[in-house]
Design a protein around this ligand. Structure first.
Ligand SMILES: [Zn+2]
Length: 372
């Protein structure tokens, strides 16, 4: 299983490097706005739960923002498909993934569900409004459709069974960026029993990053860096360069991983992405049930899930009632729905702020939040 993190540029350098405003003909394919996450499709799916609470995100630091409030009072992820083919192939699974989140949140945005998250495909009334004109593929995108706002999330169809997504909303105020297509997802069509993979990418779009990127992860999960494809080659390159590096530097230092081509390892370096100082461990702790946690199949050979645990990349310590009591490890199964903490994240960053839904027997204008 191959997982690539395509980011190469330090986002922290972008504001000064690019200035503002950006040209309309800016080539986004050379920009790689990040971080993006890449997940691949599963080898083995086994449901599991081990509820704890926590999340990891890029919003508290201001590195990214929640999607802005629109005219309806909701924080709506507005999206377009890059072309008709992407819409045809992806629409069903993308909408099913949206439903996974909305169901976990207790229903659509409103006073009753106490969240303000919504999704909406941009529409000009024809049902055929796409992000680009003359789109060919991810690297040859044609021209942005001027009928679509610059910040709309562009949904691309992956040709490599890769899934990746921008993390959160890029606030123009911070980055001086107003580039069309800067919010994007690259999706593969998935069967209904794998829709959670698309839901995982939606988690990134909302501002979440991988749970295993948390600073406190080592107490809860065990990361076997040597099992990640490309590790041995990266170490060999480092040795050949005769550079003094701390033990396992390619596993723990982003710069070393990049320098020696250990791209898969980037997904496991603390902090996530290229700006680890921007990542915040959500309270109150590590969440083994998060939809944002890689299961043990990621990057691991198939035998990992069939008892050869020494081959797994990411394992979890056994817990009792959410408390680790042993050094014994077990595989991490796929979390197919948002956890309680994932839901907490959305309700914190995408709260309902609009008018309350009418409640039976309740005077108009009375919010349920005010009466319980
Ligand atoms: Zn991911």
């Amino acid at each position: 299983m191959k997982i690539l993190n395509l980011l190469t540029a330090a986002l922290a350098a972008i504001p000064s490097a690019l200035g503002s405003p950006l040209r309309r003909d800016f080539n986004i394919s050379s920009f790689n706005p990040g971080p993006v996450c890449t997940s691949t499709l599963p080898v083995v799916n086994i449901s599991a739960s081990n509820p704890q609470l926590g999340f990891a995100e890029f919003l508290s630091s201001g590195a990214r923002a929640p999607w802005p409030v629109d005219d309806s009072g909701t924080r709506t992820v507005r999206y377009c498909y890059v072309d008709k083919n992407a819409q045809t192939v992806l629409d069903e699974s993308f909408k099913a993934a949206q439903k996974i989140w909305i169901d976990a949140l207790g229903g659509p945005a409103g006073a009753q569900s106490r969240h303000g998250l919504a999704f909406r495909e941009v529409n000009d009334g024809t049902g055929e409004l796409y992000c680009y004109i003359g789109y060919q593929d991810f690297n040859n995108r044609g021209s942005w459709n001027i009928a679509v706002e610059d910040d709309v999330l562009a949904i691309h169809l992956s040709t490599k069974r890769e899934m990746k997504s921008m993390v959160g909303y890029l606030p123009v105020e911070r980055w001086s960026l107003d580039i069309e297509g800067r919010h994007y997802m690259l999706l593969s069509p998935v069967p209904p029993d794998q829709t959670w993979y698309t839901a995982h990418e939606i988690g990134h779009t909302l501002g979440m990053i991988h749970e295993h990127s948390r600073w406190d992860r080592d107490f809860y999960v065990f990361y076997a860096c040597k099992n990640v494809p490309g590790y041995a080659e990266a170490v060999d390159r480092a040795k050949a360069a005769n550079e003094f590096l701390p033990h396992n530097a390619v596993c723990s230092q982003r710069e070393a991983a990049l320098k020696y081509g250990f791209l898969a390892g980037l997904d496991f370096i603390y902090g996530g992405g290229e700006a680890p100082w921007d990542m915040t461990d959500g309270d109150p702790g590590f969440d083994l049930s998060s939809i944002m946690l890689y299961d043990s199949t990621q990057y691991s050979p198939p035998e990992c899930m069939y008892g050869f645990h020494s081959r797994c990349v990411l394992m979890k310590y056994k817990t009792v009632n959410g408390i680790r009591v042993t050094d014994e490890l077990e595989p991490i199964m796929s979390n197919k729905v948002p956890s309680a903490a994932d839901v907490m994240f959305v309700k914190r960053w995408y709260p309902w702020t609009g008018a309350p839904n009418p409640q039976p027997g309740m005077p108009a204008g009375t919010s349920p939040e005010n009466v319980d």
